[in-house]
Design a protein around this ligand. Structure first.
Ligand code: NAD
Ligand code: TDX
Length: 333
């Protein structure tokens, strides 16, 4: 029996992880540490037998006490939205850098294991038509305040491994979609726009490519790495969806929801063009494979399930909708 400390476990990916981990390993104890920022929701964990602590990963004494009672820390907590980081980078520096540093120091003191959740965005972007993919060896070249602070947090983890012998693994995953994703993000924003009678909003021409992966596939990989990953190693996670651009995703959502129109809105400044992950290492070493694979089968199935979830959980997203859209409207998006 292990005790898992899950930071950011009331957010999108973290709460899906807690649901999956509780199902897969019912004897594990789970503690969730979450500040409940605008992106967190305690109800995402309702019905689960977890210890929930509302608090900040930058709070040294609190983090120390929780780490001392845990065997493994799975670190999801972050400020996660690029558009917000362009408006105000300050909480990104606090949570993503100072928060990760605070956790690492507690993990070092108590000799626990850390799994750090990171992103493909640390590698920067590729040209739209490039056949290349990011590997674990690709040099870091982050573009936005969000991705720069995530890159910094990865560097901190590797430095603590090398300098202090901390036990840690890192995973860098591509864009996730699925239930409980905040409606500021691309896919749930468009689904809830349609449910709310608004037009879906595509930034610029929509040629940009994101390597979409269903959140359960991401979290299944994290569980594999926790159980079988090699100490100090990094694993890329991706589902080979790097042939689908934003325009095609919005058109697929429209098709699945029975509408035709969407509108082009102001582009994101410094918009990353293409992300594409090479997850060969994870597949070869740990035998992981995504269940939701290419556009025609996997992504269509994943989006259908996600659309149904937002349809059935209007009470979850409705209170957020007006404020999120007003914020975008102010920026012409
Ligand atoms: P999210 O914004 O939905 O959730 C973040 C959670 O962290 C929220 O519950 C929030 O309350 C909590 N939090 C924020 N600041 C905190 C703090 N100082 N102390 C404690 N809790 C705090 O984010 P997400 O999309 O679920 O992303 C989770 C992780 O996965 C992040 O590290 C992100 O960088 C990474 N990631 C996300 C994606 C994606 O597509 N969403 C892809 C790859 C990696
Ligand atoms: O309304 C929109 N219209 C639109 O065209 C929004 C919100 C986004 N977009 C575009 C911008 C991106 O090219 O869709 C793409 C996806 O946008 P986001 O959902 O904001 O994701 P992205 O910026 O790619 O970052 C995501 O993936 C990597 C997560 O938010 C990060 O946390 C993760 O690290």
């Amino acid at each position: 029996m292990r005790t898992l400390l899950v930071t950011g476990g009331a957010g999108f990916i973290g709460s899906n992880f807690v649901h999956l981990a509780a199902r897969q390993n019912p004897t594990d104890r789970i503690i969730v540490l979450d500040k409940i920022t605008y992106a967190g929701n305690r109800d995402n964990l309702s019905g689960l037998d977890v210890e929930f602590v509302q608090g900040d990963i930058c709070d040294g004494p609190l983090v120390d006490e929780l780490v001392s009672r845990s065997d493994v820390v799975i670190h999801f907590a972050a400020e996660s939205h690029n558009d917000n980081s362009l408006r105000d980078p300050s909480p990104f520096v606090d949570t993503n850098l100072v928060g990760t540093f605070t956790l690492l120091e507690a993990i070092r003191r108590h000799a626990r294991h850390l799994h750090h959740i990171s992103t493909d965005e640390v590698f920067g972007d590729l040209p739209i038509d490039s056949p290349e993919r990011f590997t674990e060896e690709t040099p870091y070249r982050p573009s936005s305040p969000y991705s720069a602070t995530k890159a910094g947090s990865d560097h901190l983890v590797r430095a603590w491994v090398r300098s202090f012998g901390v036990s840690a693994t890192i995973s860098n995953c591509s864009n996730n979609y699925g239930p409980y994703q905040h409606i500021e993000k691309f896919i749930p924003r468009q689904i809830t726009n349609i449910l709310d009678g608004r037009l879906p909003k595509l930034y610029g021409t929509g040629e940009q490519v994101r390597d979409w992966i269903h959140v359960d596939d991401h979290n299944a990989a994290v569980l594999q790495i926790l159980d079988h990953g090699r100490m100090g190693e990094t694993y890329n996670i991706g589902a080979d969806n790097d042939h689908v651009n934003n325009r095609q995703v919005i058109e697929l959502i429209c098709e699945l929801m029975g509408v035709e129109d969407y509108e082009h809105v102001a582009d994101r400044p410094g918009h990353d063009q293409r992300y594409a992950m090479d997850s060969t290492k994870l597949r070869r070493e740990l035998g992981w494979a995504p269940r939701y694979t290419d556009t025609e089968t996997g992504m269509r199935a994943g989006l259908t399930q996600t659309i149904a979830w937002y349809r059935e959980h209007e009470q979850w997203w409705r209170p957020l909708k007006q404020q999120v859209e007003s914020g975008y409207q102010e920026r012409g998006q």
